[in-house]
Design a protein. Structure first.
Lengths: 305, 98
């Protein structure tokens, strides 16, 4: 086949789903409806059934964000597996927020099984040790950076968790701070301001207290140098070294995601096509805002669910 | 509704398609009165901002906040009506400023 696209292709792994996709949870499960080998592994190794959105252990099943996080990982991995099996090509990998685990597996820095164990383990630390219900997050669309920063500074205990574009941000902070932040951004003319499902202030300095536990947890995993370049979502730099990857996995929980900077970096490196790995097109739409001319598409997986 | 022409309806549909890069959808596929968000076309808040910018650029009308946005972005017809109701005002304000 003639290669028409001379530029580089970047695969993009999105962060945690903001809600359960409509197709999930409508069927009876318990490990009986597993249309992909990854779903079988999730049931065997993590006790999670994606089609019924259900953890075997009751104490795990109560955690909505843990379930969303494991679902996101599985759906991104299935999307990537299909993309790969179609014989399609890519040059580099990038990720947003909690998409890092699937991104590292796709780059062959970790096995699928280890990625699954890591996603679940860190998800549990966030739910149990992360001071769940101590904070929250909210997506704010429409205001510019200056206005957002001023509101955060004024409220206190509130910070920018994602720079997703010049007028697309996610805020993170204490429960009261998030509520106040939502009021203020709407008063200032935000087009949309929505609470996310998170009950923790992810990607904020308030997460510092769990760093030690996360570091101990991930020290047990084998991590190898990625075989495809992985671009980090805050520095815009490649993550090459296993130790640097470990540091990143700990630090990223307390630092903001700079998706806009990440996309700009990849554009400067000659990327002309972005392909989102997962069931939604959130990153695709954000890329559309950052550069209207670059090709961006979502390699969906809705049909498999 | 007074003032909304079929031509404007078509133009709004075209604006939505171009602004959101809906390559697989034609203007005739969009129902003038169907919901744009959630159900229907399934647009989200990131799309809403694109439409806000599109309306400012093409028609010089602005959406000041989320509350107005919610009302305006109900359907193609409500967007067209908002343009008819507000376009003159924007021009008048600009003339006044000049």
């Amino acid at each position: 086949m003639v290669q028409h696209n001379a530029g580089k292709v970047a695969l993009c792994f999105p962060g945690q789903l903001s809600k359960v996709p409509d197709e999930i949870g409508t069927r009876s499960g318990g490990g009986y409806n597993l249309p992909h080998p990854f779903f079988e592994k999730a049931w065997e190794r993590a006790g999670f059934d994606l089609t019924s959105f259900f953890f075997q252990r009751e104490e795990e099943d109560q955690y909505l964000n843990l379930k969303l996080q494991v679902s996101s990982y599985l759906l991104s991995m299935v999307s990537f597996d299909r993309y790969q099996k179609k014989g399609r090509q890519w040059d580099c990998i990038t990720e947003h927020s909690m998409g890092i685990y699937a991104a590292l597996v796709a780059a062959e820095a970790m096995t699928f099984e280890d990625g699954l164990a890591m996603v679940k383990g860190i998800g549990l630390i966030l739910e149990e040790g992360g001071g769940a219900n101590t904070g929250g997050m909210a997506a704010v669309i429409g205001l510019e950076s200056e206005a957002i920063k001023r509101i955060c500074a004024g409220v206190g205990n509130l910070s920018v968790a994602n720079v997703n574009g010049s007028r697309q941000f996610v805020l993170s902070g204490g429960v009261a701070a998030i509520e106040r932040g939502l009021e203020l951004v709407l008063q200032r003319g935000a087009i949309s301001a929505q609470r996310l499902t998170f009950t923790i202030p992810l990607h904020s300095p308030l997460m510092e207290s769990i760093k030690g536990e996360v570091r101990r947890f991930i020290s047990g995993f084998d991590i190898h140098p990625p075989r495809t370049p992985v671009t980090s979502h805050w520095s815009g730099r490649p993550l090459n070294d296993p130790d640097a990857i470990r540091d990143f996995l700990v630090e990223e929980l307390c630092r903001p995601v700079d998706w806009e900077g990440c996309v700009q970096y990849l554009l400067s490196q000659g990327v002309t096509c972005f392909v989102e790995m997962g069931p939604t097109d959130t990153l695709t739409k954000l890329i559309r805002w950052i550069d209207r001319d670059v090709k961006a598409l979502s390699y969906g997986v809705r049909d498999i669910i | 509704m007074l003032g909304v022409t079929e031509e404007l309806i078509q133009d709004v549909k075209q604006l939505i398609i171009e602004r959101l890069k809906l390559e697989e959808i034609a203007a005739e596929d969009i129902d003038t009165d169907a919901a744009l968000f959630g159900e229907g076309l399934g647009l989200d808040s990131i799309d809403a901002l694109e439409l806000v910018i599109g309306l400012e650029k093409e028609y010089g009308v602005s959406i000041p906040d989320a509350e107005v946005g919610k009302k305006v972005f109900q359907s193609v017809r409500t967007i067209a009506q908002y343009i008819v109701d507000n376009q003159g005002k924007a021009v008048a304000a600009a003339d006044g400023a000049a």
